[in-house]
Ligand binder design. Structure first.
Ligand SMILES: Nc1nc2c(ncn2[C@@H]2O[C@H](COP(=O)(O)OP(=O)(O)O)[C@@H](O)[C@H]2O)c(=O)[nH]1
Ligand SMILES: [Mg+2]
Length: 617
């Protein structure tokens, strides 16, 4: 089986992470996005290529703070100036990668650090690796002089992180003056966390601090979980004309590096240690991304339901107000009375000649002209109502979104969501017109060929239609106080008129149909307004499946991990094993390989003092 299962599990995790875009600006989202990028880079730059080529050369990344002496150390290890030291900062330039000429193919290919360009010359472009073949380096070992971890240039810092993430081995350089600083320790803690194979160099140790500084740093390393990584102390010396350190100062470091890469078995051990540490850390961090994705999906669902609720309320409000008498006011009422007289008048008529309901036609005074005017009044009243409720829905949705950090950002990007669509007035006019057209059709269809034709004609199709609209508007009778007198009478009159034309049952049926039709048209128009919010939410790219996909992929990685190592080496890396990484749980860092420093993790780091021939106190 080899590492195939692990590779495909990691590839699945890679694409699951690509879907975790975390677009909503929730608290913590920025750092979560950085975490996604870091994981993705580590998969691309290190885990996947390394897994595909376990025998590939060891990449040692020399990292540390500005001016710690990284470039000077690299040059001194190589024995000539390959990387510019002491350049004026801040500056950006290609990172220098020195390798044995036989390893050119590996480092020249895009299999390792595929996001970076390659150059054989020094370059001022930071996202480029300057490749320097060097026959004096052992085969299978490469040194990379990384940008400063504390560079003032953001790009440099990001690149330093990316390169350290892609390293098999860290050579971490700090100085006697800065070794306890926060920034280097953030990196050293990460190295401990990820069980990276690591050596630490404390540079430029002045004579007076020679006993104190290395042993203090050793103690810090021990308590920081780096007890088994070697610590190299380099005394402050003069550099030579080329800017190189005395050979004796760097010899122990060179020997250690050569030991680490001397044979295939030792190289494997280093590679597997860092690789497995990276896997463990990946399996610990990726579920946090899944949680972040869940939070995004939950925020999205909340915003969606806020918008849905605002618009459902608009549809409901129109439905209620077109049935409870609200519409029977002002112009509508006036025009209706112009057409059929007042309710007061009608009540008198009905009381006196109750049985002779047909006589109510005597109450009708209007001409077709008044019927049309009443219809127009209904049209404009209804339009006003629908537009007002649509505006109110937009305002409600906007203020609900503003109360949410992600919603605030979306509203800022889409200010048009705070009001009805620009064409909504036209939409409202159209649906009211269509509804009225439908009502007229309904009554003329119903009136066809009936014996009531004459009465029908007395009021005209517009008049009968308006009567049905008036009836619809008063179906639930929510009128109060003085309104009852006029509007209530109005509604009863409309009902009696219609009953005289069509009969009671037909009137009930017609009113229900007209109301259902109105509600459906309003709901459709309102739903269409709501779509705008859904579209904005969908465009964020938040999906609710991404989190589960990440968790599933992590489970596969956890499962594939132990069996892969057994297949590759016949044994598990020290300190690991099937029990070492229970699914979806935190995990102890794997133990460092014994080739680095004999002994267990309890040990104080082996402090290697360079023997300096000159300048030694
Ligand atoms: N005297 C002395 N100077 C050093 C030593 N290490 C570095 N330097 C000088 O310190 C400056 C910064 O060193 P450099 O290697 O560029 O540091 P980097 O920023 O970590 O790459 C350069 O001017 C070096 O010549 C050392 O051990 N002794
Ligand atoms: Mg440098």
């Amino acid at each position: 089986m080899g590492t195939g299962e692990l590779t495909s599990a990691l590839e699945r995790l890679r694409s699951a992470l690509a879907a975790a875009t975390l677009p909503l600006p929730l608290p913590g989202a920025e750092s979560q996005k950085v975490a996604v990028r870091t994981l993705t880079n580590q998969l691309d730059d290190y885990l996947l290529p390394r897994l595909a080529h376990l025998d590939a050369p060891l990449l040692t990344v020399v990292g540390g703070s500005t001016g710690a002496g990284k470039s000077t150390l690299v040059n001194s290890l190589v024995g000539r100036v390959v990387s510019t030291a002491g350049v004026i900062r801040p500056t950006t330039r290609a990172s220098v990668l020195i390798h044995h000429p036989d390893d050119t193919d590996w480092f020249g290919s895009q299999r390792v650090l595929p996001g970076l360009g390659r150059s054989s010359e020094p370059s001022h472009y930071p996202w480029v690796l300057q490749l320097v073949p060097e026959p004096s380096l052992p085969r299978g070992l490469a040194l990379l002089d990384a940008p400063d971890i504390d560079s003032v240039v953001t790009e440099n810092r990001a690149l330093a992180d990316q390169l350290l993430g892609a390293a098999d081995l860290w050579l971490f350089v700090t100085s006697a003056a800065r070794y306890a600083d926060a920034v280097p320790w953030r990196y050293l803690r990460e190295a401990a966390d990820r069980s990276v194979a690591l050596g630490v160099v404390v540079d430029r140790v002045p004579p007076a601090a020679w006993t104190e500084v290395p042993s203090h740093l050793g103690q810090l390393m021990l308590s920081g979980g780096l007890g088994s990584s070697p610590l190299f102390a380099v005394p402050e010396t003069k550099t030579d004309a080329e800017g190189l350190l005395p050979e004796a100062a760097v010899a122990p470091i060179r020997e250690w590096l050569e030991d680490m890469s001397s044979d295939r078995r030792t190289r494997h051990k280093v590679v597997l240690q860092t690789l497995d540490g990276a896997l463990v850390s990946l399996c610990r961090t990726a579920p946090l991304v899944a949680t972040a994705v869940d939070e995004q999906a939950a925020a999205l669902a909340q915003l969606r339901s806020d918008a849905d609720a605002s618009y459902a309320e608009a549809a409901r409000a129109v439905s209620v107000q077109t049935a409870d008498g609200t519409m029977l006011r002002g112009e509508v009422l006036t025009r209706w009375h112009d057409l059929v007289g007042t309710g007061e008048f009608f009540r008198v008529v009905e009381r006196k000649i109750g049985r002779f309901r047909d006589r109510i036609w005597g109450a009708v005074k209007g001409e077709p002209k008044q019927a049309v005017e009443a219809k127009v009044a209904v049209e404009s009243g209804l339009e006003t109502l629908i537009r007002a409720e649509s505006d109110a829905a937009a305002e409600r949705a906007e203020s609900a979104w503003r109360a949410h950090p992600a919603g605030r950002e979306l509203i800022a990007a889409h200010p048009e969501l705070g009001a009805s669509s620009s064409d909504f007035a036209a939409v409202a006019a159209r649906i009211v017109r269509e509804w009225q057209g439908g009502v007229l059709e309904l009554v003329s269809e119903e009136g066809k060929g009936k014996r009531v034709q004459a009465r029908f004609l007395a009021l005209g199709v517009n008049g009968v239609g308006v009567a049905l609209m008036i009836l619809v508007f008063s179906q639930t009778g929510g009128l109060v106080g003085a309104e009852i007198g006029i509007a209530g009478g109005t509604a009863v009159l409309a009902q009696r008129l219609l009953e005289a034309v069509f009969g009671e049952d037909a009137v009930r049926r017609l009113a229900t149909r007209a109301k259902t039709d109105l509600d459906a048209r309003v709901e459709a128009a309102i739903a269409n307004e709501l779509v705008r919010y859904h579209q904005v939410l969908e465009a964020t790219g938040v999906t609710d499946t991404a989190a589960e996909e990440i968790r599933a992929a992590v489970d596969l990685v956890v499962h594939a991990r132990s069996s892969s190592w057994t297949d590759v080496t016949g044994q598990l890396p020290a300190g690991t094993g099937p029990a070492a990484l229970p699914a979806r749980q935190a995990q102890e860092p794997a133990e460092l390989g014994t080739a680095v420093a004999p002994g267990g993790a309890e040990q104080v780091p082996e402090i290697v003092d360079a023997e300096i021939v000159e300048d030694r106190p």
